[in-house]
Design a protein around this ligand. Structure first.
Ligand SMILES: [Fe+2]
Length: 140
């Protein structure tokens, strides 16, 4: 179980950093709304990262906490701060789908283990990333 949660943690950290990068560097006529939307999303991810890492510890494993480890195992590609706003949003929509895929794999394992607490945490995260995807898609 904790192996799957490590992938969720790595994806969440990578997406946190990328969303913050785009919060800082987005430009154009939609600057204010995108700057604020990205902030809401990275704030949520920042809190989620801690919750996921501590769930891994609760399950008895060590939580990875280095950029090199995250880069090795995440499915989220690094952001490019020079991209135009619409490409930033399109990319973040795709990233929501990627992290949902990682979460769904972890969900199947936690269901197999009857691990209700992890199941609950993962379902909450899927709901948030689905909502994020809708909000991002609606901004294009
Ligand atoms: Fe800020």
């Amino acid at each position: 179980m904790s192996q799957e949660l490590k992938l969720v943690l790595a994806d969440s950290y990578a997406l946190f950093l990328k969303t913050q990068n785009y919060h800082w560097n987005v430009t154009g006529p939609n600057f204010k709304s995108l700057h604020e939307l990205f902030e809401l999303q990275y704030d949520d991810l920042f809190a989620a990262i801690d919750e996921i890492a501590e769930r891994i510890r609760t399950l008895g494993d060590k939580a990875p906490g280095s950029f090199s480890k995250y880069a090795e195992i995440t499915s989220i590609k690094e952001g490019d701060e020079n991209k135009p706003a619409d490409q930033m949003v399109t990319e973040l929509v795709e990233d929501q789908a990627l992290i949902i895929k990682t979460l769904n794999k972890a969900l199947k394992i936690s269901q197999g283990n009857d691990d209700e607490v992890t199941i609950g945490m993962i379902i909450d995260r899927i709901a948030i990333h689905e909502k994020n995807a809708w909000m991002l898609r609606s901004s294009i």
